[in-house]
Design a binder for this molecule. Structure first.
Ligand SMILES: Nc1nc(=O)c2c([nH]1)NC[C@@H]1CN(c3ccc(C(=O)N[C@@H](CCC(=O)O)C(=O)O)cc3)C=[N+]21
Length: 281
């Protein structure tokens, strides 16, 4: 058996084509969506991601502003910068690239962003709204995963979803979003005993643990849908948390890395920014 690929790159391109038209119409009506990205320090991976976000904005006509701050920036300086952007009427979305240097508290920064411009969906108010299924900005990676499942006509309701990883940006919210879609959700993590017992029960397996090729064919039920959120660099090559060559023989659907979840993450960031511009009062 060979799994069907869940092609995130292709779906991202399709969605961005539609967004381009939407942005043109918004600009026509006098509203140019604007995204501000703040990058503190010169982490190599972060610079690459930020460049990719900017390029994507450009492609579809979103106005993007990059604010580069030095590694030694204090928390107070960053908070002041965020406040300025909170008040800036040309900015609909604010993204502070994570991780931050150790002298800056992530929590304080996320809470400083006004919830109506929190296009990452990381603010506790927006997390709360997601839990209660109120309208809000959904975190981009989980949102992108749900969009990919829907595009492939994969039923979520009633399915057993097993999530490996419990981060605030991927594991926890992706489980919550799929619960909102009536899945039965199990969370596993680094302290789970006998992990394979759980993974083998998954109809939909979401892997976000940050260990290259960690999930093998023997961990996966025949016909399962496998979503690989991993982004590991192995001698310059990008590689997921799933052993692709093995798992493609047992899964019914599988996301590649690169070209799977990653491009959808950025696409949903653009979507949230457009939504925010539409909500401008
Ligand atoms: N405030 C904040 N929001 C984020 O959304 C955020 C962040 N901080 N910090 C870092 C992570 C990581 N992240 C990625 C997004 C897209 C790809 C992506 O498009 N990857 C391509 C490959 C890229 C390559 O070749 O390096 C792919 O999977 O095909 C990867 C990683 C967003 N993050």
């Amino acid at each position: 058996m060979s799994a069907a690929l869940l092609n995130g790159k292709e779906l991202a391109a399709k969605k961005r084509e539609a967004m381009k038209k939407e942005v043109s119409a918004l600009i026509e009506g006098g509203t140019t969506p604007g995204l501000a990205v703040i990058l503190v320090g010169d982490n190599q991976a972060s610079q690459t991601y930020v460049r990719s976000k900017q390029k994507s904005c450009e492609q579809i006509g979103i106005h993007s502003v990059l604010i580069k701050l030095p590694e030694e920036t204090t928390e107070a300086t960053l908070l002041t910068e965020i406040d300025r952007l909170n008040e800036d009427p040309t900015i609909d979305g604010i993204l502070v690239q994570l991780p931050l240097p150790p002298q800056i508290q992530e929590r304080a920064v996320i809470e400083k962003i006004t919830p109506s411009k929190d296009v990452d969906g990381f603010h506790p108010i927006n997390i709360g709204k997601m839990m209660t299924k109120d309208k809000t900005f959904l975190p981009c990676t989980p949102y992108g995963i749900v969009e990919m499942l829907k595009e492939a006509d994969i039923t979520i309701g009633g399915k057993h979803v097993v999530v490996i990883g419990r981060s605030n940006i991927v594991g926890k919210p992706v489980g919550q979003l799929l619960l909102n879609e009536d899945a039965t959700v199990t969370y596993c993590h680094s302290r789970t005993n006998d992990l394979a017992t759980f993974t083998k029960q998954a109809d939909i397996l979401i892997v976000a643990i940050g260990k290259a090729k960690f999930i093998k064919a023997s961990d996966v039920k025949e016909g399962a849908v496998v979503i690989d959120v991993g982004m590991n660099r192995e001698d310059g090559k990008l590689c997921g948390d799933v052993d692709f060559e093995e798992v493609k023989e047992v899964a019914s659907h599988l996301t590649p890395v690169p070209g799977g979840v990653g491009p959808m993450t950025i696409t949903m960031l653009l979507e949230n920014t457009i939504q925010s511009a539409k909500d401008r009062t």
